[in-house]
Write a protein of this length. Structure first.
Length: 183
């Protein structure tokens, strides 16, 4: 029975073209190790250097977003490097391009802000994204941000297709947020 369940999960992941996935709590320290695994996977696939850099960058940004903004965390908001937050991240390959998909629980306010930001980014072309990025660099980070408020813009600038995202209602007011980026 145990082997059947694990094999079924593996089959589902392969069916979704997933090369690597991690689900559970993640920290900055674990991100380093996960990043090394992603680099090795890209090397094994003999991925072009420019693509490899973009995939790695998007992967790191997405995992950092889980660490910083997942509502399932140990609560160490004041110390991002020590924060331990739950989510899922996957690296996959389909139609001759990589994708990074990440998911985590968010509170309703964060979900609303994310949706607004992502809809804006989806509407921008590369030149507009570049201008928006420069503008945000000159501004102070938002009060609720634990970063520089540019991570999603960084991701949007590196993708080969518009960002895909979705929200699913969870128990209570929380939502499960998923972001998929094709590179």
């Amino acid at each position: 029975m145990l082997a059947d369940s694990v094999l079924e999960l593996r089959t589902v992941l392969h069916g979704q073209n997933i090369l690597f996935t991690y689900s559970g709590h993640v920290s900055e320290t674990l991100l380093f190790s996960l990043g090394e695994t992603v680099k090795r996977q890209l090397d094994l696939n003999q991925t072009d250097r420019a693509v490899r850099k973009k995939v790695f960058s998007v992967f790191v940004e997405q995992v950092q977003n889980v660490i910083r903004y997942s509502s399932e965390s140990d609560g160490h908001q004041e110390e991002v490097s020590g924060r331990f937050s739950a989510g899922i991240v996957s690296l996959g390959y389909e139609n001759d391009r990589y994708f990074v998909i990440c998911g985590n629980a968010v509170d309703p306010d964060s979900g609303a802000r994310l949706k607004e930001r992502l809809e804006l980014l989806q509407s921008m072309d590369q030149q507009q994204l570049k201008s928006h990025y420069r503008e945000k660099l000159r501004e102070e980070p938002e009060e609720s941000s634990v970063g520089a408020t540019i991570g999603l813009i960084e991701i949007a600038r590196r993708v080969s297709a518009p960002l895909e995202f979705d929200f699913l209602d969870l128990d209570g007011d929380e939502k499960f947020f998923v972001l998929k980026a094709y590179i």
